[in-house]
Design a protein around this ligand. Structure first.
Ligand SMILES: [Zn+2]
Length: 208
């Protein structure tokens, strides 16, 4: 099982903190027959993380239940399981697409040749994945806003009386996410974006 947690504001910070030692975290097994057994340290594996200009190899730490064998690996919040590029780079690419830029132009803008560049098809893949998830993720954020006391018709800001396009849904998710961060008193820098933070809160199937 994977978890995403804040473990440093970027690759460099993470390496400084946890390059040689694991984070002091404790997990209990969620398997009901394990009776909240505390998980043991269980080594690490290495993950490539690519930023706009650099590529690094980061240790990803694992924990394991001595009773049932279930493992937990903890990704820093700037990584997701399905890509090498860090989340703020993907988010920047998706924001450019939302504004109508071509995949080719985005590809040359978000990654330098020093990290091997990026293929426009990769950006397209991110975009398709984003469109397919935006609706469910937006509903999750809307539910959190309602839970926090927002008392207005959030769906209306999406539909506006017509059938929303996938792009409308992406815009809706973006505006909901901004409000959510605002309510939590967070104002992430444009460099960090908001996906990294959201991924620490979202259930795994909705990770952005
Ligand atoms: Zn267990």
């Amino acid at each position: 099982m994977l978890k995403i947690l804040f473990l440093g504001k970027n690759c460099k910070d993470y390496c400084k903190r946890y390059g040689n030692k694991r984070p002091k975290l404790e997990f209990t097994c969620d398997n009901s027959s394990c009776d909240c057994q505390v998980l043991h340290k269980h080594g690490c594996f290495w993950r490539i993380a690519v930023t706009k200009r650099r590529q690094s190899k980061l240790p990803i730490y694992r924990w394991r239940c001595p009773v049932c064998g279930q493992t937990i690996s903890v990704l820093p919040d700037f990584l997701v399981p399905w890509g090498h590029f860090v989340t703020p780079v993907r988010e920047a690419a998706l924001k450019r697409r939302q504004l109508g830029q071509s995949f080719k132009k985005i590809a040359t803008g978000v990654a330098c040749a020093a990290v091997g560049g990026i293929h426009p098809k990769t950006v397209k893949r991110w975009w398709i994945r984003y469109l397919s998830k935006a609706g469910d993720t937006a509903l999750w954020v809307a539910a959190e806003l309602i839970r926090s006391g927002i008392d207005e018709d959030l769906l209306r800001s999406h539909f506006r009386g017509v059938n929303p396009s996938p792009l409308d849904t992406v815009r809706w998710l973006f505006s909901l996410a901004q409000r959510y961060l605002h309510i939590l008193g967070l104002n992430p820098s444009p460099l960090r974006g908001c996906f990294s933070f959201l991924n620490t809160m979202l259930p795994a199937p909705l990770w952005l």
